[in-house]
Design a protein around this ligand. Sequence first.
Ligand code: NOJ
Length: 558
Amino acid sequence: MNKTWWKESVVYQIYPRSFADSNADGIGDLKGIISKLDYLKLLGIDVIWLSPVYKSPNDDNGYDISDYQEIMDEFGTMSDWEELLAEVHNRGMKLIMDLVVNHSSDEHQWFVEARKSKDNPYRDYYIWRPGKDGKEPNNWASAFSGSAWEYDETTDEYFLHLFSKKQPDLNWENPKLREEVYKMMNWWLDKGIDGFRMDVINFISKVEGLPDAPSEPGKKYVSGHEYFMNGPRIHEFLQEMHKSTTANYDVMTVGEMPGVNHEQAKLYTAEDRGEVNMVFQFEHVDLDSGPHGKWDLRPLKLSDLKENLSSWQKGLEQIGWNSLYMNNHDQPRMVSRFGDDGKYRVESAKMLATLLHMMKGTPYIYQGEEMGMTNVRFESIEQYKDIETLNMYKEKSEQGLAHETIMNSIYVKGRDNARTPVQWDDSENAGFTTGTPWIEVNPNYKEINAKAVQEDKNSIFYYYQQLIQLRKQHEIIVYGEYDLLLEHDPDIFAYVRTLGDKKLVVVCNFYAQEPTFELPNNLSFSASELIISNYPEVEGTVKKFTLKPYEARVYLLE
Ligand code: NOJ
């Protein structure tokens, strides 16, 4: 396995709208980010992934781009962005940009042209079809509720939008479109960026004919995912993209890929295939969803999580590379979801961080995770801003589902859980803005904030700092092989990493129970050192110990 900087890095994701506001308009911006770079440097991260900052009407908070080469007015100017890049580089960090090219905004000039007439030169940049028997061309559902097709009167045809109707899908079958995208990517690469996170990039190749998906009882529209996820030309497109752009720069790429398994991920990330460096897979964040999708709640089983994360660790052991994440701007807060955001918030946040950062792969930290920010429970649906949540609420209410039932799903899974403003201090609006925030702050900001964690040497923040430093000190954390321990233990998630004659034993208690860990006999060693733990006092030795609630320990054996 080749050694590369992006395998040795820790990435920090910034969702700019909610990060830091410098001009009191209630919306985070680039100057706000610049003002917090020293904080990120102190944390010790290597790479910043910036969610979209491009010009956008903000139907989906910037994931609907109307100009790929301009900065969104609310966020600042291109010269602010250039200053950001320079300041990131000055501090020895790197910057990767979000690339959203499965779709654009309907306000993008290409689409404005495309919808004018059937013979417009830009028509084929998008996916147009005539209606079928006076209805949509097929029965696919949009990820944001309703049909995936929108009727356009001017030319009496429908266009495809897998997301909102203001996010028309780009037509990757058209070589001219592909060329434009590569040109735009090279323009950013030439500005000196360090890579791309690629939005739903495994959706860009659709099955020819766009067939109806098998119908489901009681549903007018159904997900057509088998016709666009990992589609027929996907590897060809990604290889062409790589050759035409990123292959010529020393950069990293991570493809967001819903519905990818580790066999497919191997194809996407095998180094000799030249596609992407790593993918964001979704299997582990779907384990607490029922058959009807993300809003269909079911409890997470630790056994499922162990099995799933281990299958990815083993699956990409020889070929490919993992990305390690438990939350981002689309997922609920990890301490609320996988830990305990009440009594053991601090302990469980540290335990989850240990579990993830000691695995093989590149860890991603989502803004606020390093202070243990939690999910939010707004009382009224009016306080929510996310298009996915609002459309779902409307659709389910019309179907007669009770308000409380819908709100409960939103409390557990809604994307706004991750999008409340970063809590910088205990002043009004958590120090995020001196204006009115675009979305309300989580009322727990007086207790949970960046100032508080920086003042407390035992905080979650400094624990992350320690985890990141350990990664720099011990190669085994980056390159060691992974093996699950105590597969059937109901409370403990434990594993061992191996590199040469060294071993790293990682033991995490997932609950408030106090189970006992016993090291399997076949792991021999002559010296052991505890390199990190989330309790100040530890009892026992690596061979046998009783774990406190949500306790995590990492031993280095030689
Ligand atoms: C995935 C992004 O992470 C999400 O925020 C967005 O809504 C969809 N792709 C559509 O771009």
